[in-house]
Design a protein around this ligand. Structure first.
Ligand SMILES: [Zn+2]
Length: 326
């Protein structure tokens, strides 16, 4: 029954999207976003990648949070009414900049139409940049600003990842993906999500196992920043990489890491980060307790907590996309 409901949902979802009158291509969406980020930078002197970093974080959590509205095409940054208009403001739809300020609402008028409209992208990003500018214009100041705003370490970390990626690549269209094992290497995988795991107490399998030979290259699947690297008694030698959607990718049982790879490194899809092995299930260096494979896990953070989800459909999709490439 659950499956049937899901199938029906998947079937109808695209039609709901079509209800929005004008449709923009992904390319147009990225262009419009970048344009607005640059415009806000010009008006406030806050570098676009800081604005984009927060905007993208908010967009990513709105897709997985039931208490937040879905984001529109261009701007992801969301401000609850009471924060925008002020906690004691009797009018939750107040958009008069003077009364907002009187009630300690943060909302500002960015596009000069005399209204501070929390539905208007330009007003939203101007308000955000104005908040950031109170702290200064460097990574340290930015970090403190977002800590004061969100008061959560993981959120600060995720937003810093976004800022680093946007600054490094100087663009927002960074959703290219790669399958972790390159073409030309033998591998096999099936859906092993949720299988029982015996070693080290009762656990369920939070990932997909991709079986391949020792030493087969393991590649980053997305643009991201290395958040974790080292040994763990379950995962052996492993790497964790967070992407722009606040998704954490976990690569375990590696034979070794790519030379020079370190925590904080920026990686691109297809970049080799290590090789397939059978490390784990014991003290550092333990290997060979099971056939060599890449354990690949995906974790989603929604700004409150993090959970693992099934990477299998994504792996299949990336594999298909790569096979269709010339
Ligand atoms: Zn596994």
């Amino acid at each position: 029954m659950k499956k049937l409901v899901l199938v029906i949902l998947l079937f109808f979802l695209p039609f709901f999207d079509h209800v929005d009158a004008k449709e923009l291509s992904q390319k147009e969406i990225y262009e419009k976003r970048m344009h607005l980020y640059k415009k806000t930078e010009a008006a406030t002197k806050i570098p676009w990648y800081y604005i984009a970093a927060v905007d993208q974080f908010e967009r990513s959590i709105r897709y997985v949070r039931k208490d937040l509205p879905r984001p529109g095409d261009i701007v992801g940054y969301y401000v609850p009414s009471e924060h925008w208009t002020g906690p004691l403001n009797p009018d939750p739809n107040d958009h008069n900049p003077i009364t907002l300020s009187l009630f300690n609402g943060i909302g500002l008028d960015g596009n000069g139409d005399g209204k501070a409209d929390k539905q208007n992208g330009e007003d939203l990003l101007f308000t955000l940049a104005n908040y950031l500018s109170e702290y200064g214009v460097n990574d340290q100041a930015f970090r403190i600003a977002i800590w004061d705003y969100y008061k959560r370490d993981q959120t600060v970390g995720s937003i810093m990842v976004n800022a680093r990626l946007y600054r490094n690549f100087n663009r927002v269209d960074l959703d290219e993906k790669a399958f972790p094992i390159p073409k030309g290497y033998n591998y096999s995988f099936k859906n092993t999500w949720g299988d029982r795991r015996g070693w080290g107490g009762r656990r369920i399998h939070e990932g997909t196992d991709i079986f391949a030979g020792y030493g087969a290259p393991v590649r980053a699947v997305a643009y991201g920043v290395v958040e974790l690297k080292g040994w763990n008694k379950y995962g052996g030698w492993r790497v964790g990489i967070r992407d722009l959607n606040n998704t954490y990718h976990y690569y375990a049982h590696l034979n070794g890491f790519s030379k020079g790879l370190k925590i904080g490194d920026i990686v691109s899809p297809g970049q080799v980060i290590g090789s397939v092995g059978s490390s784990g299930y014991g003290p550092p260096g333990t290997s060979g307790k099971f056939p060599p494979h890449l354990h690949f896990g995906m974790y989603k953070d929604n700004g409150k907590n993090e959970w693992s989800f099934d990477p299998y459909p994504h792996l299949s999709q990336w594999e298909r996309q790569e096979r269709s490439k010339k």
